[in-house]
Design a protein around this ligand. Structure first.
Ligand code: ARG
Length: 452
């Protein structure tokens, strides 16, 4: 690369500043797969003979296994994964290796490698996402009819089943799953053959390359093909959103594991102690997950900032997408792995949840609904029950006289309102936590997550 117009080598500081092989070496399998597909296309275009293609394939396979076993020596003076592999190949097989870069630029090469990488990682992340969903589902099945207070503004709101809460987490992760699917579709477009910006006078069969690499589509504009990192931004958004979902879930678990709530406890293998306070059991896995969502958001922001204001086509700035991408992938992979292992061991203090759920104030809305059924407009019912609640007396201890003093619409049947299970049984609208609904939802998820 430094031959040709260059008289001098790169300055040591410039080389250290600009090399990417220290991190983009991770793309070696994708780079090699792309090169093998490209070599076949060059043969079809009459640039390589069958023997040369064989030499290239064999050489690249050797390099691949040397990298996999840690034997391959990466050379930072060769800048990136592409030039390291190409130079090693040429050293090994000679002129055939030197022909490989015909009709190709590192601009379309890196676009291809990244798309292959993103596609593969999406498959892996999907599996891990599913594992967390399954762990949540198992917990929901186990604690099917366990009551707890539902919170809004972190204040006791209305009774729910713990399983309803767990199913809510599954729903959020399902949207992440759908987003990943969509991102895979967007990444599934083959850019090779776009060259540096304007293709090449040596014409390769791009559709054939796409087919051999399992792409459904090929890019339709060579300028766009080397510029486009939308699929990386999409992917980083998916990963940030997973992070945000796990952070919210973490926050709930952290709060519920305090002595004040005492609803859950992390198992010993997933909790940490304090170096000073012997009594402490800390929820560090959840806290770290809460924090890591910050870097996932940061990585997305950093890519968007890199892309903003770039001129069209390839610019070296695009090299800076990779560390953010790799970091987000590693972070989410690890978080999902920890959650899938931690959730089955979660200790649930059922009696604490149930006793908190027996707080009659949780049924204040149900009491207002009772008045509505007796013909009182909801706004008036809200005010009447609000006054009763403000009196400080538990609502289920009020006498008939006290109820009637507040409104003559109250009858003797008002006390039935305070049967918690009855209250939940009445919540039958789609999405609401009646036991029948939850049963149906569990069956739906079981079909999707376990049977499929
Ligand atoms: N290492 C570069 C990147 O990650 C590869 C493409 C380099 N292209 C170039 N014309 N310098 O984007």
């Amino acid at each position: 690369m430094r031959r040709g117009r260059f008289e001098f080598g790169t300055a040591a500081v410039a080389q250290a500043y600009s090399e990417s092989v220290s991190f983009d070496w991770r793309l070696y399998r994708h780079d090699i797969a792309g090169s093998i597909a490209h070599a076949s296309a060059l043969a079809a275009a009459g640039i390589l003979n069958p023997d040369e293609v064989e030499q290239i394939k064999r050489g690249l396979r050797e390099i691949e296994s040397e990298v996999a076993t840690g034997k391959f020596k990466w050379d930072k003076s060769l800048e990136d994964v592409h030039m390291n592999i190409e130079s090693a190949l040429t050293k090994r097989i000679g002129p055939a290796g030197a022909k490989l870069h015909t009709a190709r630029s590192r601009n379309d090469q890196i676009a291809l490698d990244l798309r292959l990488y993103v596609r593969e990682e999406i498959t892996e992340l999907t599996t891990r996402l599913r594992a967390v969903q399954k762990a949540l589902l198992l917990l929901a099945q186990k604690h099917f009819e366990l009551l707890m207070p539902g919170y809004t503004h972190l204040q006791r709101a209305q009774p729910i089943f713990f399983s309803h809460y767990l199913l809510a987490q599954i729903e959020a992760l399902e949207r992440d799953h759908e987003r990943l699917d969509e991102t895979r579709r967007r990444a599934d477009v083959m850019p090779l053959g776009s060259g540096a910006i304007a293709g090449s006078t040596i014409v390769v069969d791009r559709e054939a390359i796409a087919k051999s690499l399992g792409f459904r589509r090929v890019t339709q504009n060579s300028i766009d093909a080397v510029s486009d990192r939308d699929f990386v931004a999409d992917f980083l958004f998916c990963l940030a959103m997973i992070g945000v979902h796990l952070a919210r879930f973490s926050e709930d678990l952290i709060v519920w594991s305090t002595s004040e709530f005492g609803y859950i406890e992390f198992s010993d293998p997933f909790a940490t102690g304090s170096s000073l306070m012997p009594q402490k059991k800390n929820p560090d896995m959840a806290e770290l997950t809460r924090a890591k969502s910050g870097r996932l958001i940061g990585n997305l922001m950093s890519l968007l900032a890199i892309l903003k204001g770039l001129p069209s086509s390839y610019n070296r700035d695009l090299q800076e997408d990779k560390e953010a991408l790799f970091d987000s992938v590693d972070t989410v992979r690890a978080a999902l792995e920890v959650f899938a292992a931690m959730l089955p061991e979660l200790i649930v203090h059922r009696e604490r949840m149930e006793s908190a759920a027996s707080d009659p104030q949780l049924l204040a809305t149900d009491l207002a609904d009772y008045l509505v059924r007796k013909g009182v407009p909801f706004r008036d019912a809200h005010a009447i029950v609000g006054k009763l609640a403000a009196s400080g007396k538990p609502l289920n201890t009020l006498s008939n006289d006290e109820f009637n003093a507040a409104s003559d619409a109250f009858g003797a049947d008002v006390h039935e309102i305070f049967d918690l299970r009855l209250a939940l049984r009445g919540r039958t609208a789609t999405g609401a936590p009646s036991p029948e609904n939850i049963e149906r939802q569990i069956a739906r998820w079981h079909k999707l997550l376990v049977l499929e």
